[in-house]
Design a protein around this ligand. Structure first.
Ligand code: ITT
Length: 199
């Protein structure tokens, strides 16, 4: 089955491809020109559905892509000492259109400003699937701590400051295989795969 990803985030595309080896996974930008999608829902699930529906609609205007299955991921990090921020605003935490690096540096600064060296935190991923007949959504979470510094070069986004529960290194220092076995995205995708297998 062809699975079209409604995302412009290269880190997500890489991880989802590695986690969905049984499917032919294609980023929508390989089929049509990328376009801006306004993510104005008040939840991860709402924003994932907005992205999946928008890409499904754009693709279904072309005859050859009428029966596609579209999958979107909306995700983010919530930090306890910051009252759950940045949460659904993770992609635009430093400013609209901010780079991963800007967002990471702002979160490090804000954790520092709150007077702690680390704080419990968690990642959330909502995955939405849109098909010609049905819509589905599932979630996954990963718990751990954020530290007020960046360590390591792996992963993407906030990974250099996130230490998963039971480890003493950040996701950017740990092997990709470890993130693959415990991430919010991996957990949500394992549920999504059960749905995809019924289609
Ligand atoms: P799309 O909407 O095109 O999918 P995006 O990067 O804007 O791409 P989101 O709106 O879902 O995606 O924002 C997710 C934010 O949370 C973004 O800043 C990511 O860097 C961060 N994030 C999500 N999952 C992450 C992970 O596994 N590791 C590190 N950062 C992550």
């Amino acid at each position: 089955m062809k699975l079209i990803l409604a995302t412009s985030n290269k880190g997500k595309v890489k991880e989802i491809k590695a986690l969905c080896k049984d499917f032919e996974v294609i980023a929508y930008s390989e089929l049509i020109e990328e376009f801006e999608i306004i993510e104005d829902a008040d939840s991860f699930k709402g924003n994932a559905l907005i992205k999946a529906r928008a890409v499904f609609k754009a693709l279904s205007q072309k005859n050859e892509y009428k029966d596609v299955v579209v999958l979107a991921d909306d995700s983010g990090i919530s930090v306890d000492v910051l009252g759950g921020a940045p949460g659904i605003y993770s992609a635009r935490y430093a400013s609209k259109g901010a780079s991963d690096k800007d967002n990471l540096n702002k979160l490090i600064d804000d954790v520092k400003k709150s007077g702690v060296k680390s704080s419990p935190a968690h990642y959330t991923a909502a995955i939405a699937i849109v098909t010609p007949k049905y819509e589905y959504s599932v979630h996954g979470w990963m718990y751990g701590d954020v530290i007020a510094e960046a360590r390591g070069n792996g992963g993407f986004g906030y990974d250099p400051m996130f230490i998963p529960l039971g480890y003493d290194k950040t996701l950017a220092e740990l092997d990709d295989e470890i993130k693959k076995s415990l991430s919010h995205r991996a957990k949500a995708l394992s549920l999504a795969k059960i749905i995809l297998q019924t289609l």
